[in-house]
Design a protein around this ligand. Structure first.
Ligand SMILES: Cc1cc2nc3c(=O)[nH]c(=O)nc-3n(C[C@H](O)[C@H](O)[C@H](O)COP(=O)(O)OP(=O)(O)OC[C@H]3O[C@@H](n4cnc5c(N)ncnc54)[C@H](O)[C@@H]3O)c2cc1C
Ligand code: FES
Length: 364
């Protein structure tokens, strides 16, 4: 009986993985590759700006990392991701060095809320701000606007370090040429060569304010903002938009790596917090999970071999969402949940820590 149950669970787990075969690997810059996949059968359905979570084994341990789709389902025949190396990083270095056409990678279905709906009658102005590898979801969104909304306009502010670090430079030039009346690309380089005549230096609030004011005054349409990049660019942009009293409903943001969440993680580990037992209700069964101060509920559950669902591990996608039945849970990051969900008692286990001894979470 036990074995039968176990087998059922294993089958269910396997079904959630989608094997994608690598079709092409393109070296974008010295430290970034784009990986394009063959279309699976049936075709991969995704919204521009969503991400795939790659699942791979390293030294016998399953690991997952999320990568935004840089392609548009409306324009690109094959789905693709772009991966920038992180010093010492497990996945990013492996994908930059070892991936080749023909290899198969397991992924989880596309997820994420950093997206929008497109309509051929829309008349909008999209102000997109990207930094480094943050261009990936922005690229998918931008291409989808250009191909679907002939009356909308796009301004892209893209921050890179150096001329040689601009990801998709050729494609961006081609798109700007093809959609000359609809797309304006502004590059900002923090460490350019002397020959660079465009914006340079660290993106300042004043520069950004000037660009937003100009874009808003020149555009006859409502502006929507999409921001994806390192913490610094994200914070500066959000501060500027807030100072200009841009409604938060018009602002969409995505962060690949939250230094704040990482700091909260470290602080929790060193603050002498308490180890607490948490009851996790999963597929109708109760499991007692011991959560030490340096772990989230998801991390502790996975350590105890619980088959808990998860994807981004960053509080963005809600794949690990649970309903709090009792107790109190503190989240390092909650941007994946709506206020209604938070009010209804939902928590994200990948960033959730028990604050009381009676925490019971039902995974939904
Ligand atoms: C929703 C989502 C979408 C993403 N999309 C992309 C994408 O399109 N392209 C892309 O290149 N990356 C993307 N990322 C980041 C990616 O998931 C990995 O975090 C990144 O590739 C590092 O993984 P790693 O295994 O190489 O490093 P790890 O082995 O996990 O970490 C090594 C070290 O680097 C630090 N670190 C981890 N991630 C980052 C980071 N992003 N920046 C700076 N330091 C970091 C860690 O704290 C650690 O010290 C995305 C992340 C999320 C959550
Ligand atoms: S795994 Fe994505 S929000 Fe927790």
């Amino acid at each position: 009986m036990f074995n039968l149950f176990k087998k059922k669970k294993e089958v269910a787990k396997k079904q959630t993985f989608l094997p994608l075969k690598v079709r092409e690997v393109v070296k974008e810059t010295a430290d970034t590759v784009s990986i394009y996949f063959e279309q699976p059968e049936p075709y991969l359905e995704y919204k521009p700006g969503q991400f795939l979570t790659l699942v791979m084994d390293f030294e016998g341990k399953e690991q997952r990392r999320s990568y935004s789709l840089c392609t548009s389902p409306y324009m690109d025949p094959f789905p693709g991701i772009s991966v920038k190396r992180v010093p010492g990083g497990l996945f990013s270095n492996f994908l930059n060095e070892k991936i080749h056409p023909g290899k198969t990678i397991n992924v989880l279905k596309p997820l994420g809320n950093f997206t929008t709906d497109f309509h051929s009658k829309n008349q909008k102005h999209f102000f997109l701000v990207a930094g480094g590898s943050g261009i990936t979801p922005i690229m998918g969104i931008m291409k989808s606007v250009l191909v679907n909304e002939p009356n909308s306009k796009v301004t892209l502010l893209y921050c890179s370090r150096h001329e040689d670090h601009i990801i998709f430079k050729k494609e961006l030039d081609e798109l700007e040429h093809k959609y000359a009346d609809h797309l304006k690309v502004i590059h900002n380089l923090s460490q350019p060569t002397e020959a660079w005549t465009g914006l340079k230096g660290r993106l300042s609030s004043e520069t950004l304010k000037g660009l937003v004011n100009t874009a808003e005054s020149e555009s006859e349409f409502q502006t929507e903002y999409f921001i994806c990049g390192p913490e610094g660019i994200l914070e500066t942009t959000l501060e500027v938009l807030s100072s200009l009293q841009i409604s938060s409903e018009k602002i969409h943001k995505e962060s690949f790596f939250s230094a704040a969440a990482e700091a909260a993680h470290e602080a929790a580990a060193t603050a002498g917090g308490l180890t607490r037992d948490v009851t996790v209700l999963l597929e109708g069964e109760e499991h007692l999970v011991t959560v030490t101060p340096d772990k989230t509920i998801l991390e502790a559950g996975l350590d105890q071999n619980l088959n808990m669902p998860f994807s981004c591990q960053s509080g963005l996608c809600t794949a690990c969402r649970g309903k709090l039945i009792s107790g109190e849970v503190k989240m390092d990051e909650d941007s994946g949940l709506s206020q209604n969900e938070i009010d209804a008692g939902y928590v994200l286990c990948c960033v959730g820590r028990p604050m009381t001894d009676d925490v019971k979470v039902r995974i939904e």
